[in-house]
Design a protein around this ligand. Structure first.
Ligand code: ADE
Length: 357
């Protein structure tokens, strides 16, 4: 039974088998970005800011799993990129004092990839599969009995002599992460005990993330400076953390190294990130819909082609925040810019739009 509720380690506990190219859409992550992210990742629940409803649920499940000496139920985390799905999986592993193996669905192309990784686990360990909605049918079918009863169906022999063997595997916990819960097959979704949507962070939560990161990096920052960065981070800690680095560089070169409100605002202005956290691509997308399509509706592929962007990037990275802030709307016939979107970009709201909203 799936429980629905609403709402990303200790380095030596994490082993990363066959880590394939991270196709995380948020922005292309360089190795440097990844090692920076790893250094500042919270390791325990008390360092992990935000997602409080989810943390409460998880703390109970973890304690119960420990008391029963049973593996934790399989977990599915979904939501826009950068909200801390991988980080949270690492925290869970640390809290359970177990190891986590991190991989991504596109790396599990051949049956032997998934079989190999399942057989390499030990009792109680965690397997984290990112972009789980991209698992192929064969890999999914291997996972079903593995998740449900901890065995693999293996076949030996040929034609008439073919035999199916049930091979037991360790009692592991699968943590799946996806930006598209709707793209997961029903049978796979049903095998997760806890399914949880990660929420965008509030400005206060992001300000706490910014201050924590600044303190780890030994960067001086005022409360107002942290709030300014937080307010322009699109509700996303990964973005907040990257902005801390950019603003710190600016503070070092153009000011006295201290991030206060003025320095943060000047630095973010030079990065063309506005008061709502919108960047050049967000504004270009909304401007294009307004100027070329009278505010929409316009299909996603048309928008992507006009901007020279990948439609998946628009859908998974740009759109969720613009929708959440009410700057655009999704209709069956495509995307529309809302009156807030018109206002934010300094356009006069057309009468037809006003009457539609
Ligand atoms: N860095 C990224 N996500 C974080 C979170 N939720 N709490 C603290 N630091 C983070």
């Amino acid at each position: 039974m799936a429980i629905f509720s609403d709402d990303d380690t200790n380095e030596n506990l994490i082993s990363k088998p066959k880590l394939q190219k991270n196709e995380d859409l948020e922005t292309s992550q360089t190795d440097y970005d990844k090692s920076f992210e790893n250094n500042i990742r919270p390791k325990k629940f008390d360092e992990y800011i935000g997602q409080s409803a989810l943390k409460d649920t998880l703390k109970i499940s973890i304690e119960a799993a420990k008391k029963r000496a049973q593996p934790l139920d399989h977990l599915l985390f979904y939501g826009p990129p950068g909200l801390g799905k991988t980080t949270l999986a690492g925290v869970i592993a640390n809290e359970l004092e177990t190891k986590i193996k991190i991989t991504s669905a596109p790396a599990l192309e051949r049956p032997r990839d998934i079989i190999g990784i399942l057989m390499s686990l030990k009792d109680g360990e965690i397997l984290f599969i990112d972009e789980i909605h991209r698992l192929n049918k064969v890999a999914e079918e291997i996972l079903y009995p593995a998740m449900e009863d901890f065995y693999l169906d293996m076949t030996t022999g040929k034609a008439q002599t073919v035999k199916t063997l049930r091979v037991p595997i360790p009692k592991f916990t699968l943590i799946g992460a996806t930006t598209k819960a709707g793209a997961l097959s029903g049978p796979l979704r049903d095998r997760f005990g806890i399914i949880h949507r990660l929420q965008f962070y509030t400005k206060q939560e992001l300000s706490a993330v910014v201050k924590r990161t600044a303190s780890i990096l030994e960067i001086k920052i005022t409360d107002e400076g942290a709030l300014s960065i937080a307010g322009r981070s699109r509700g996303t800690p990964r973005i907040a953390n990257r902005l801390v680095k950019r603003v710190a560089d600016y503070a070092l070169v153009r000011a006295d190294g201290i991030i206060d409100e003025k320095v943060a605002n000047m630095a973010l202005d030079t990065l063309h990130i506005d008061k709502f956290g919108l960047d050049n691509t967000d504004r270009a997308m909304m401007t294009m819909i307004i100027e070329k399509y009278d505010g929409g509706p316009v299909g996603l592929e048309t928008i992507a082609a006009a901007l020279g962007e990948d439609s998946k990037t628009i859908e998974d990275v740009y759109e969720p925040f613009l929708l959440q802030e009410g700057f655009i709307q999704r209709t069956p016939r495509g995307r529309k810019v809302s009156p807030e979107g018109y206002r934010h970009l300094g356009y006069k709201i057309p009468n037809i739009q006003q009457s539609l909203f």
